[in-house]
Design a protein around this ligand. Structure first.
Ligand SMILES: NC(=O)C1=CN([C@@H]2O[C@H](COP(=O)(O)OP(=O)(O)OC[C@H]3O[C@@H](n4cnc5c(N)ncnc54)[C@H](O)[C@@H]3O)[C@@H](O)[C@H]2O)[C@H](O)CC1
Ligand SMILES: [K+]
Length: 505
């Protein structure tokens, strides 16, 4: 089962692995043609109703595979308005190959004839809001026809994630654009959920959550997306993290780093990485003895001094107040392994109900603490063993072990290694591998950068995704740094390259 958003991510990851979308479209179109062959014999009439996105593109391809049929491609809209290059290239191929096409710019001109089969390729996963014209009229004509209806990916007008009509949520109940029905209010209401009533759906790669409930036969076509596109993080994992252009200061994440005492560099690295990974405000709570030094590393940080030279239970009230005013806490960088610090971590987590990234010396407390907090633990393999987890050389074996340990402790794990393993804390949760990064990153401080970056991301998205994306961008920043500095790279090189590593195009 895969959601529309995850599908878009996997699609982009496949392209990065060398399997571009146009190749996938060829497989999709081929699968659609196969479904047509299953419902009608050669010679039957087939009307392919195509939108201007890639859903339509799939059907342009299908038409090439249907030479034994009397097939006509109906394009809803002008060819110049076809939205993607790959769909346009496949449209042009139809024209040059003299496969019958019809351009429908006005819904009133749409005449399907009396086909044996209709292929509904108007809208797929790119649909937003209720069907607009001319798709709306076309959906009505398709539903009125006696033809067998084969929908491409999802019936047009249905949300593949929910099975409900697109636009049935609050903002999109009313159709937009030109619409002949506006003089009949009751009709608008009854038609706002109009969608294609398909007999068959050919969807791609994996089942979609909303399709099972439909009264249609659903088949899943393998379109050649490599398993690695899902298994490994990739550039597609960054999609959908773009921020609201109207957002204000603080709305894109406030992160509190709690650490320092025996060390000053670690909390500073984590905090600066959080800023470079997109957090709006980053505060560091550290012992007063190191506060000036931590602040001295960067004017961008807000430093909160805690009395004394080590963080301990006497700071719980103050840190709780600070934590409540932030979205995410990053606990552990440079904290040290003193008894007081471990007790502080235990008591803090026991009472904390928010989201936290736990790293370094704070990690060993996690398996023994009862907490309502959502934790993202970032151990290397030695620290994982220290927590009571197991590791293995083979990445797949390690993935299975990390997955079951994450479920056991009930928290997200990001286990660092040549292949990082990310596992969610629920039973049956996903596991993902990250293979960005290089041996230059064994230098001190890169783990602090990772913890800070994950902290910033955890203010924007769910813990599993924050961990997966954090591992991906930290490794990518390391690869960019290695391209310039080789194995002489240092942790601060990664921080400066995080923004480039996070670019999703
Ligand atoms: N990996 C894959 O899953 C692949 C999927 N493919 C197919 O591509 C579509 C998704 O294509 P996309 O171009 O993103 O979107 P659509 O074709 O669904 O829609 C595009 C277009 O339609 C307009 N639009 C949006 N909402 C409405 C509306 N309510 N009424 C009218 N018009 C609307 C809008 O302008 C959009 O830009 C996927 O479903 C698969 O079929 C590829 O084959 C590659 C592999
Ligand atoms: K469709």
């Amino acid at each position: 089962m895969i959601t529309t958003d995850r599908m878009a991510a996997v699609d982009a990851n496949a392209a990065a692995l060398g399997v571009p979308r146009k190749q996938l479209m060829e497989s999709s179109g081929n699968a659609v043609a196969r479904a047509v062959r299953e419902v009608a014999d050669p010679g039957a009439t087939v009307a392919l109703c195509c939108g201007r996105g890639n859903n339509g593109g799939d059907a342009f391809v299908a038409a090439r595979f249907l030479s034994a049929y009397d097939a006509t491609v109906h394009l809803l809209g002008r060819p110049e308005s076809i939205r993607t290059d790959i769909a346009r290239e496949n449209w042009t191929a139809l024209e040059t190959a003299e496969i019958p096409t019809e351009v429908v710019t006005d819904a009133a001109d749409l005449a399907l004839g009396d086909p044996d089969v209709v292929v509904d390729a108007m809208l797929g996963s790119g649909a937003t809001g209720a069907l607009r014209e001319p798709e709306r009229t076309a959906a009505r004509l398709i539903n009125e026809s006696d033809a067998a209806v084969v929908a491409v990916d999802v019936p047009s007008g249905i949300d593949a994630d929910t099975g409900e009509p697109t636009g049935s949520d609050a903002d999109a109940g009313e159709p937009t654009g030109s619409d002949a029905d506006t003089s009949e209010p009751s009709k608008i209401i009854t038609d706002s959920g109009i969608h294609v009533d398909a007999d068959r759906v050919v969807t791609f790669h994996d089942e979609k959550p909303g399709l099972a409930a439909l009264d249609a036969e659903v088949t899943v076509a393998d379109i050649g997306i490599p398993a690695a596109a899902e298994r490994f993080t990739g550039p597609g994992d960054l999609l959908g993290l773009a921020r609201d252009p109207n957002s204000h200061k603080g709305e894109n994440g406030e992160v509190l780093v709690v650490g320092g005492g025996p060390y000053t560099g670690a909390p500073s690295l984590a905090a600066r990485a959080a800023l470079r990974a997109g957090a709006d405000l980053v505060r560091v709570a550290c012992p007063e003895t190191v506060a000036r030094e931590v602040q001295g590393f960067s004017a961008d940080l807000i430093v909160r001094e805690l009395p004394g030279d080590r963080i301990g239970p006497n700071h719980l009230d103050r840190v709780r107040d600070l934590a409540d005013a932030n979205d995410v806490v990053v606990l552990g960088p440079g904290l040290g392994d003193g008894d007081g610090s471990a007790e502080f971590v235990r008591e803090f987590l026991t009472a904390y109900g928010g989201r936290a990234v736990v790293d370094a010396d704070a990690l060993r407390v996690v398996p023994t603490v009862e907490t309502d907090a959502e934790l993202i633990c970032t151990p290397h393999q030695g620290e994982l063993v220290g927590m009571g987890g197991e590791t293995a050389d083979d990445p797949n074996e390690r993935a299975a072990l990390v997955r079951s340990f994450a479920a056991e402790i009930g928290h997200t794990l990001l286990v660092k290694g040549a292949y990082d393993v990310i596992a969610g804390g629920g039973n049956g949760d996903e596991v993902r591998l990250n293979r960005t990064g290089n041996p230059g990153m064994t230098v001190g401080g890169t783990g602090d950068v990772l913890a800070g970056a994950v902290g910033a991301l955890a203010a924007q998205t769910d813990p599993f995704r924050a961990a997966a994306v954090g591992a991906y961008v930290n490794g990518t920043a390391g690869d960019l740094a290695a391209a310039e500095n080789g194995y002489g790279l240092v942790a601060t090189d990664l921080i400066d390259r995080l923004p480039e590593a996070m670019r999703d195009e």
